[in-house]
Design a binder for this molecule. Structure first.
Ligand SMILES: [Zn+2]
Length: 189
C-alpha cells in the first residue's frame, strides 16, 4: 500500500484509474440516482476523444412525479406497474447529451440494454456498448436487443474490471478513493 508520503513525487502516478473503470464507475454512480426500488441502471456515453457527452439513469419522465407514478413490477393492473412510464438509462443518456450528436460514441452501461434501448443506441449512431451485467440474457428483450445490435453492427462486450470495488471518501482535507482489487489487497490512491 503506497501512502502519499512514500510516493515518488517526481514521477507520474501509475495507479491512476484506467479509462474503462472511470467510465463504468460514472455509469454506476449515475445508477444510484435512480428512485427505482428494484433496479438502478446507469449509462455513460463517451466520444472518440474520451470525453463524457451524456449520462443517464432510469427515471420517470420530466414532469411525471416519481412520487405519483408507480414503481411496482407485478401489479395485476398494468397501468399500476412502472413499465409504461419509466425512461431507461440509455434513453436518458442519449437525450441528455451535451454534444450535437453521439455518432461513433461508446456507451457504458451497468446492465445490458433492452431491445427498446438497443433501437435508441442504433438510431443515435452509437457504435459500441460496454456492459457490466448480462443478468437478463435469457429474457426475450435481451435476445431481441442482441439481434438488433448484431444486424446494425454495433459492437458489444462485457467489461470485467481488475478492481472489485472503489470506495470514495468525502473528506474535505483528503478527498480520496480506495481501490479494492480482486486479490483483496487494498490500495490507497
Ligand atoms: Zn432499456
Amino acid at each position: 500500500m503506497a501512502s502519499s508520503e512514500q510516493r515518488n513525487m517526481s514521477c507520474k502516478r501509475t495507479n491512476y484509474i484506467k479509462w474503462h473503470d472511470y467510465f463504468m464507475a460514472n455509469a454506476i454512480l449515475a445508477a444510484k440516482r435512480s428512485k427505482d426500488p428494484s433496479s438502478q441502471v446507469g449509462a455513460c456515453i463517451v466520444n472518440e476523444d474520451k470525453k463524457i457527452v451524456g449520462i443517464g439513469y432510469n427515471s420517470m419522465p420530466h414532469g411525471c412525479s416519481d412520487d405519483e407514478f408507480p414503481w411496482a413490477k407485478n401489479s395485476e393492473d398494468v397501468l399500476e406497474n412502472k413499465y409504461f412510464y419509466v425512461c431507461h438509462a440509455e434513453l436518458n443518456a442519449v437525450l441528455n447529451k451535451n454534444s450535437a450528436d453521439v455518432k461513433n460514441c461508446t456507451i457504458y452501461v451497468s446492465l445490458f440494454p433492452c431491445n427498446e434501448c438497443a433501437k435508441v443506441i442504433i438510431q443515435a449512431g452509437i457504435k459500441e456498448v460496454i456492459y457490466l451485467s448480462d443478468k437478463h440474457s435469457h429474457k426475450p428483450e435481451t435476445i431481441a436487443s442482441k439481434k438488433l445490435l448484431d444486424a446494425a453492427k454495433v459492437k458489444y462486450w462485457q467489461y470485467k474490471s481488475n478492481q472489485s470495488k472503489i470506495v470514495i471518501y468525502f473528506d474535505e482535507n483528503n478527498w480520496n478513493i480506495r481501490i479494492y482489487r480482486e486479490c483483496d489487497q487494498v490500495s490507497l490512491e
